[in-house]
Structures are given as C-alpha cells and as structure tokens.
Design a protein around this ligand. Structure first.
Ligand code: SF4
Length: 521
C-alpha cells in the first residue's frame, strides 16, 4: 500500500532517484563543503539495509510531522472522532516510529542528526532524545551548518551539540543549488515571508528571492532527469523579486521568471504552491499574467494554497496583523472574498486553511467563521478548518490556554470539511486529470465512493452535535495547573497528544517542566 501512495525509485545501493527537495539542499551543501558524491547518499527509507553499513558515520533525517502533531494530522484525528471511527494512528507518526526504532541507525555507531520543519514536535520531548538516539537536533537553515556538523560527526572528533542552529540568515544568492532531481520537480524561488504571523515557521526565515539564474540551473537539473512539470515553491509566489520591507508586487520580475521557466527547453508545465490573499487583491494584473503564462483555462485549472486563518479582527490583530497588509484588519474578510474572485476569474482552485481553538477565541469568533464560510463557498475554494496550530512561534502562547472543542467549534470543522468534500466530489473528473488516462476511471469510482461515504458519516456527526453528544471527548481527564494570573497552563504536547491519541489507548508524553508543574500544583 505504501508503495502505491508514496512510491520511491532507487538504485541497488538504495540511492533515491528523486529525493525530497530539502534533502537535495542538504546534499548540495555537503558537496559544496567538500564531501564527495561517493560519501553522501540520499537513502531510500525502504532500503536502509543497503544504504547503511560499517562506513556510515553520520545519518541525517528530515522530519515534517514526526509525532502526528501537525494541523493535518490533528484535523484527521478530529474528523475520525466525530464520525465515531478509531483508525490507526497518524501515518507520519507511525513512519517516524518505524525509522527511529530501526536498529540500523545505531548498529555502526553512526551519529544521528535531525532537522526539518517538524523538529518542534521533537523539541517538545527532550526526555525522549536518548531513547530516540538523537545526537543533534538542527533548527533553521541547515545548509549553512550542515558541512561542519557532518564533518565533526564523520571525524568523530567531538561530541555533537544536542542542539544546533544556523546563525546568520543565508543570503538568497548563497543558497546551494541542488545536484539531483527533486520529488515533484520542486524549485524554490523565495525563502522566508516577512509578514510575521505568530504561528508560522517559514516566517522565522529571512525573506529573500533566489536569483533567476540559480532557479534556471535547478530547472535544468530537473528537466535533465525527465521532469516536465516544475513546481515553483515559495510562501507567496507574488512576493518574488519584491523589495525588503515593501508589500508591493514586482510584476516585471514575476512575469520574467515565470516566462523563462515556462519557455525553458523541456518544460511543459509550470505550477506554484502559495499566494497570500492580500497580495492577490493588490495585484490582479500579475495574477492574470501568471495564469496566461501557465496556460490555465477551465479544463486545466491551477491549484494554489492560501491561509485565511480567522476573520475575527481581534484575533487577526493578536496573531497575524502583517498578513492583511497593505490593507487594514477590518478589510480582511473583503480582501479574502475579492482575492478568491480574482483566482476564480483566472482559473484557479484555492485550498484555504482556517483555524479554531486559538487562544482567546470566543464563540462569537467561531460564529463569524461559520458565517464567513457561507459567504465564500460559491468560489472555487476548498476550506479546511484546523483544530489547533501550535507551531513554533506560538508555543509560548499555546502553553497558556486549554482549547475547548464546544459543539459550535465541532460544527465549524464539519461545515468546512463537508463543503470541501462536496466540492471534491463535484470536481472529481477535473481534479483527476493529473493522472494518466487509464488510471482516471478507477480513481473516479474510488473518489466518489470515499467522498459519498464521508458525507454519509457526517450526517451522523451532525445529529450527535445537535444532541449535545460530545464525540470528540477531549480534555475531560486532562490535568492542568493554573498560574498566578489564573490562566490554565498546559504544555502544547499534552493538548495535541490528547487529540491525536487513539481511543484513549496511548500514553501522553509530558515534558519535564509540565510534569513538575502538575506535580507541584
Ligand atoms: S503570510 Fe503565510 S507564510 Fe507569511 S508569515 Fe503569515 S502564515 Fe507565514
């Protein structure tokens, strides 16, 4: 099954043919530092027995969602609870568990270095580092420190620091250029964001646009290995080439970049992944130009993600005042509505995220979100409401509140999901065009069946909410202390663990500081 959903291609040594982009960047950094191609291997996780041997001195692991705390894993867990179904734990957590427990990792005394956007989940559990065998946890832009770190590990000269962080931000023209093709033909065009949302990890990186010549060098590598569809990755493609500190879109730079990539010999299709609604609204001309370059039309729409998060002015002010700029906080709902309209007009489908369970969120805020979904649902927009996003920059706040999943919040999560599933059902033939022709009919049948069954189960969940039956059954037995100000104090990992554990069966891991707090309370 894994091979169908997450196929990998690798040679007899276990060297991946197409590798995750972030690992390609680390590989490039190590090669630039002086390691040779024979010394560095991006290994197929299913062939570790071939890739790891007595000569393996250091193993690097990149993680996105190692403990299943990510917003998507939480939403899945929440939905499964609401429909009264208790499936296996998060796939990502199970996959991390399999890898980290693999005896090969420590068989030859190799050092284990872990980085990636999901390390915040591991940082929640320093008491587990020893059991997991982690020698060093890397945060930030690992390219700038990977060389010396792996050199120390390989030479065995010194004990590695338990934590390592990149110091100065990497200049965008110094970001190493990948040496092999990436999974999905990803090519990074900007790094960082600068809008300053509190819950956001990419925001912690310094904003910069990668020079066009470096982007095209990576496109050339992808094409040379048979990739025809290039995914230009950024936190907001409309920020490419913008001046630091300004929210003005650089129309010429964007058009020039997208045209150059589209016309690059061998490239058939160009895609991109993120836009912010405020930049879309401020630059309809640029969105139109990009869509024309990408040759989008009714039959071949584009897909892009955007974060709406909340429409409550008070919460916007608290957690993401920069997201709405150059507009005012009060204008945010209109900005979203207009931006989605611009995307519709230019043949885009939008995948939008919202949140509930934020610190200080009231029932009135939840009602606003419910009403807002009604307002925007005529657009081509999939809306997912995530229960809780305790990402890195929010941890301090997260430790000071215990979210309550009231019937209204459950209704909000269900409403958004039902809308999105219905849209998937309606648009299935168009969505499945990304598959080869022979695979479309069985995929269509499978998709229709799954979406139909999900909607059927949701009816039961609606009735349960109307009866005030608490199917989420969260936080009933969870202990938490109060600080001097009377605020509930609980660590984010205990909150999330409560949500993602299955049927009350798993053990909640608590960080030491919280255990002390609870014992002392
Ligand atoms: S706009 Fe998006 S990428 Fe930028 S800081 Fe906010 S959430 Fe992060």
């Amino acid at each position: 099954m894994e091979n169908i959903f997450f196929p990998t291609q690798s040679d007899d040594e276990g060297r991946l043919k197409f590798a995750p982009y972030s690992l390609r960047k680390i590989e490039a950094a190590l090669l630039e530092y002086g390691f040779t191609k024979d010394e560095v291997i991006i290994a197929d996780p299913r062939k570790l027995d071939r890739a790891i041997g007595p000569e393996t001195k250091a193993i690097g692991l990149t993680v996105h969602d190692p403990l299943g705390y990510s917003a998507v894993s939480q939403l899945n867990a929440c939905l499964f609870r609401l429909i009264n179904w208790w499936p296996a734990p998060s796939y990502t957590a199970a996959a991390f568990g399999d890898i980290i427990k693999n005896p090969l990792l420590k068989k030859y005394n190799s050092k284990l270095i872990i980085g990636g956007p999901g390390i915040w989940q591991l940082e929640e559990h320093p008491e587990m580092f020893k059991e997991w065998g982690i020698d060093c946890l890397v945060s930030g832009e690992a390219e700038s420190i990977a060389g010396p770190l792996f050199e120390s590990a390989v030479k065995g000269e010194a004990v590695l620091p338990e934590r390592a962080a990149s110091g100065k931000p990497l200049r965008s023209d110094k970001v190493p250029i990948i040496r092999g093709p990436s999974t999905g033909g990803v090519v990074e065009i900007t790094r960082g964001c600068g809008r300053g949302c509190q819950f956001c990890t990419p925001n912690l990186l310094f904003f910069g646009s990668i020079p066009k010549e470096n982007i095209l060098k990576e496109v050339e590598i992808e094409v040379r290995h048979g990739i025809r569809r290039i995914e230009l990755h950024s936190e907001d493609a409309l920020f490419y080439g913008r001046k630091l500190g300004s929210f003005e879109v650089n129309h010429e730079a964007i058009v020039d970049l997208f045209t150059s990539v589209k016309k690059f010999p061998g490239v058939r299709q160009v895609a991109t992944d993120f836009f912010a609604c405020s930049t879309i609204k401020s630059a309809p001309k640029t969105v139109k130009a990009m869509s024309e370059i990408m040759e989008l039309d009714k039959k071949h729409p584009g897909y892009v993600e955007t974060g709406l998060e909340t429409v409550s002015p008070r919460l916007v002010q608290n957690i993401m005042p920069g997201k709405v700029k150059p507009y005012t906080i009060e204008e945010w709902p209109d900005v979203i509505d207009d931006a989605l309209g611009i995307l519709d007009d230019n043949h885009w489908f939008t995948v939008a995220s919202m949140m509930t369970g934020l610190p200080k969120e009231t029932e009135q805020d939840v009602i606003r979100s419910i009403e807002f979904i009604d307002r925007i649902k005529h657009h081509n927009v999939f809306v997912w409401v995530f229960p809780l996003m305790p990402l890195r920059a929010m941890l301090k706040n997260a430790a000071k509140w215990a979210p309550e999943y009231t019937p209204l919040r459950q209704e909000l999560i269900l409403k958004a999901t039902r809308h999105s599933i219905s849209l998937i059902n309606r648009e299935a033939p168009r969505i499945l065009k990304v598959l080869p022709v022979w695979a479309r009919p069985p995929a269509l049948l499978a998709l229709k069946y799954v979406t139909g069954m999900t909607l059927h189960f949701f009816k039961g969940a609606d009735e349960a909410i109307a009866r005030h039956e608490d199917r989420l059954n969260l936080y009933k037995d969870l202990q938490y202390a109060h600080n001097k100000e009377g605020e509930a104090v609980m660590h984010v990992s205990s909150v999330v663990n409560e949500l993602v554990k299955i049927g009350g069966g798993s053990t909640t891991l608590l960080p030491e500081e919280e255990q002390n707090l609870l014992q002392g309370s």
